[in-house]
Design a protein around this ligand. Sequence first.
Ligand code: NOJ
Length: 560
Amino acid sequence: MQKKWWKEAVVYQIYPRSFKDSNGDGIGDIKGITSKLDYLQELGIDVVWLSPVYKSPNDDNGYDISDYRDIMDEFGTMADWEEMLAEMHKRGIKLMMDLVVNHSSDEHAWFVEARKSKDNPYRDYYIWRPGNDGKEPNNWESAFSGSTWEYDEATDEYFLHIFSKKQPDLNWENPKLREEVYDMMKFWLDKGIDGFRMDVINFISKVDGLPSAPNPEGKKYVSGHEYFMNGPRIHEFLHEMNQEVLSNYDIITVGEMPGVTPEQGILYTDEDRNELNMVFQFEHMDLDSGPGGKWNLKPLELADLKKSLSKWQTELEGKGWNSLYLNNHDQPRVVSRFGDDKQYRVESAKMLGTLLHMMQGTPYIYQGEEIGMTNVKFSSIEEYKDIETLNMYKDKVQENGEDPEKVMLSIYTKGRDNARTPVQWDATAHAGFTTGTPWIQVNPNYTEINAQQAVSDENSVFHYYKKLIQLRKQHDIIVYGSYEIILEDHNEIYAYTRTLGDEKLLVITNFSGETPTFTLPEGLSFTQQELLISNYDVNHDEKINKFALKPWEARVYKLA
Ligand code: NOJ
């Protein structure tokens, strides 16, 4: 396998609105990020993925961009951004910017022009269709509820928006639009950035004719995913982007790709095909959803998690490259989701970090994960800010009469605002995030869970993550070793090995508050063992052929 710096790197995601406020307006900003770079350097991460900081009316917190070449006023200025980049580079930290080009904001100059008339030169930068008997052109449902189509009175046509109606989809069939996007990417790369995370990039090629989806239950709107996920020209577009832009720089690229399969994941990341370095797949994020989708709650079955992660590990081996993540700004906090955020918060947060960081792929840490931040329960829907959550609540409760308590439970479990409460820096007012009033409430557990506490406590999740990151730097096998699951049918233990040459790594994790017995499978023989990390005190010489794990315990051994 070819060695690459981005395979050896650990990425840390910053969601700027909630990271650190420097000027007391209650909104995180760029100077706030710069003020915390020493903290990130101490953690030891290599790359920051920065969620969007471009000009935006904030219908979807910056994922609706009105100027791709400028900074949002609330976050600061271009000079602040340049200073931040220089300060990152000084500390050996690389910067990956968010590239959101499936759609723009409806306030982007291109769209303002496009909606003026049908023959405007920018009309074809977006996707317009006449109505269908006075109704929407097709039956697709928006990711944020309702139709994917919005009627534009001035020109008597509808425009497509897979996300909110303030996020019109860009028309990638138009070569002029593609050139504009590539130019804009060069603008940022020439400023010295080190890569892109590409927002829903596998949505940019739509099936010709945009047909309605089958609708056997006669719903008002249904998912149109099959007509725009991994669409007909997607590989052509990404290859073109690679040749025009990416291949001219030594950078890291990751494509966010809902609905991607391992087979497609290989096509996107096979180094000989020259598209992207890696993709964010979603299979493991869907395992605790029922047939009704994200809000249809279902407990996670460990067997499903093992099957899914193992499939990605083995299928991409030697053919593509995985990105590894357990949460981000769109997902609930992993310790609340897959661990125990009460009695065993610290232990289970460490166990989950171990499971992920010992796999093959590039690991991503989401802000606050490194101190074991948890989900939040606001007392009323009024406290929530996320457009997906608010639209869903309105649709289900106000328009369809569903039980508000049940809907609130699904928001507590899955809502995106779980990840968007401010980073808890210390135990002072508003967790030290702001001296003003935070744009979204701080999680009330900040007096106990905060970065200051974690940095000063050597048994904290923070110090454990620091060690996980260091181990990756010290042992090639953690980066390049091949993965094999063991004890596949165990109900509580998730264990696997990594192999590189004649080295072996043994990773054992307990996904329960119980004390299951680990039994070393026959055939895994060795004469020497070295304990690399554990979330409990372990006797280094203890025989590991058979032993009882403690609640949420994790151990990693190097065997020889
Ligand atoms: C994925 C982003 O991660 C999410 O936050 C956003 O709402 C959608 N794409 C639309 O840009």
